[in-house]
Structures are given as structure tokens and as C-alpha cells.
Design a binder for this molecule. Structure first.
Ligand code: FE2
Length: 150
């Protein structure tokens, strides 16, 4: 079984693919956590990895309870195709284990990037991760980004 069929079969087996519309990346991440659906990356060594691994840009230090911006993009390291048959359906931002924001895109018309405004109420360190979902190559995670909350 090639990789594409493996991913499709695995996602169909989890019910992550919804009839009548593409699944939100949060549904796919939850399915992944429950059923061991593969999450690829981060991979900046291969061309395919660079096309799919999300890039996350955030301040290194923020104040507790204050809004700050986090930029998430798929295609930052190497452009990803954006055609009617192959595109990034969605990106999401996680703070530690919780999804705090996501964005969905139409094929050819939506660039797979978004700036999310978020906050963390408690001082300490948090880990940000971006997720991106390619309709063909599945779910990909970013490198972790540490943020100090003071
Ligand atoms: Fe792809």
C-alpha cells in the first residue's frame, strides 16, 4: 500500500473524513490522538517535509493575560501546491495540549497561513505547535515553540 492510500484508508477508518465537507484539523488531531492516525513531521530535511511542516512565529516572552499574535503557515520552508486536487485544507494552533484556534482554506483561493491572537492567563512556560492538514499528505506538526509567560 502506498503512502497516499495508507493515509486515506487510515483516516476513513477513524471517521475523520466527513461526508459533505472536509474535516476540521481539530477533528483530525482528535482522531489522531484516539486512533493512532499518523502525524507527520516536523521534517525539514526532505522536500516533502519542508512543503508540509508548519512554521510558527511567536514572541519568546509575553505577559500573562495579554493578547499576543502567533503566525502559522504551511509552505514557509518550501511552497506547497495549491491546486484543485492538492491543497492545505486547514491550519491550527495548539498551546500545550489544547487547540486554541484554527483556520480553513479553499483550494486555490486560500493561502495556508493565518495569524491568531491568543493569550495565556498563568505565568510559566508554554509550548506552541502548529498543525497543517494536506488533503493528500495528511496531518503535519511544526517544531515546538517555547514561550515564557511572565
Ligand atoms: Fe501535500
Amino acid at each position: 500500500m502506498d503512502r497516499r492510500n495508507f493515509i486515506k484508508k487510515t483516516l476513513l477508518g477513524t471517521g475523520a473524513l466527513v461526508v459533505g465537507g472536509a474535516p476540521a484539523v481539530s477533528q483530525i488531531v482528535k482522531a489522531s490522538e484516539k486512533r493512532n492516525v499518523p502525524v507527520f513531521g516536523p521534517d525539514l530535511k526532505t522536500a516533502g517535509g519542508r512543503k508540509h511542516t508548519p512554521f510558527v512565529k511567536a514572541p519568546k516572552r509575553v505577559k500573562a493575560g495579554e493578547w499576543f499574535d502567533v503566525f502559522v503557515e504551511v509552505g514557509h520552508y518550501k511552497p506547497h501546491p495549491n491546486t484543485m486536487t492538492h491543497w492545505i485544507e486547514s491550519v491550527a494552533l495548539y498551546i500545550d495540549k489544547f487547540e486554541v484556534a484554527s483556520a480553513r482554506f479553499r483550494a486555490t483561493q486560500g493561502a495556508p497561513r493565518a495569524t491568531f491572537t491568543v493569550k495565556v492567563d498563568k505565568p510559566g512556560k508554554v509550548t506552541l505547535r502548529g498543525f497543517g492538514y494536506c488533503n493528500i499528505h495528511g496531518l503535519w506538526v511544526s517544531l515546538p515553540v517555547e514561550v515564557e509567560v511572565v
